[in-house]
Design a protein around this ligand. Structure first.
Ligand code: ZN
Length: 145
């Protein structure tokens, strides 16, 4: 399960709406807790560096490197990333699967259309790497810090 605060979820949804018709993206910083629970403690919004931002996303590698350095000695880590699908479903596309190589990272996808964000879902690369498996996504207030 991946756990967000209401504020984090709102921020991701607002970013998806603001970026439309392009895809929004960013990194998720958090902590791995007991029972396979991942608690997101911070969002790190990224510029979308893809050439075709309406259909692709690319998180700024410099942002990721900077965060990795900053987090190296702490208990928190980059636990995943998020991006939006404009007029598409909240599940990974074939392009996403082709680019997924890190089984530890959670993929959060927001489906956004002219009515706003219709769905938010989390996935993770399956153990055999052949596809994505859904991951429970929960929203709760709590000790986000
Ligand atoms: Zn995608």
């Amino acid at each position: 399960m991946i756990l967000f605060t209401p504020r984090q979820l709102d921020a991701m949804m607002a970013a998806a709406v603001a970026a439309r018709p392009e895809e929004a993206c960013g990194l998720l910083i958090g902590a791995r807790e007991a029972d396979n629970r991942i608690r997101v403690t911070q969002l790190a919004p990224s510029a979308n560096l893809a050439a075709d931002r309406r259909r692709r996303f690319e998180v700024d590698p410099a942002l990721r490197l900077r965060l990795q350095k900053a987090l190296r000695r702490g208990p928190r880590d980059i636990v995943g990333h998020y991006h939006s699908h404009v007029d598409g479903p909240a599940r990974p596309s074939a392009t996403d699967l082709a680019r997924a190589t890190e089984p530890d990272l959670v993929w959060v996808i927001l489906a956004v259309d002219d009515g706003g964000v219709g769905a938010v879902a989390a996935h993770r690369l399956a153990a055999d790497g052949a596809g994505f498996a859904p991951l429970d996504l929960a929203v709760a207030d709590g000790a986000a810090r």
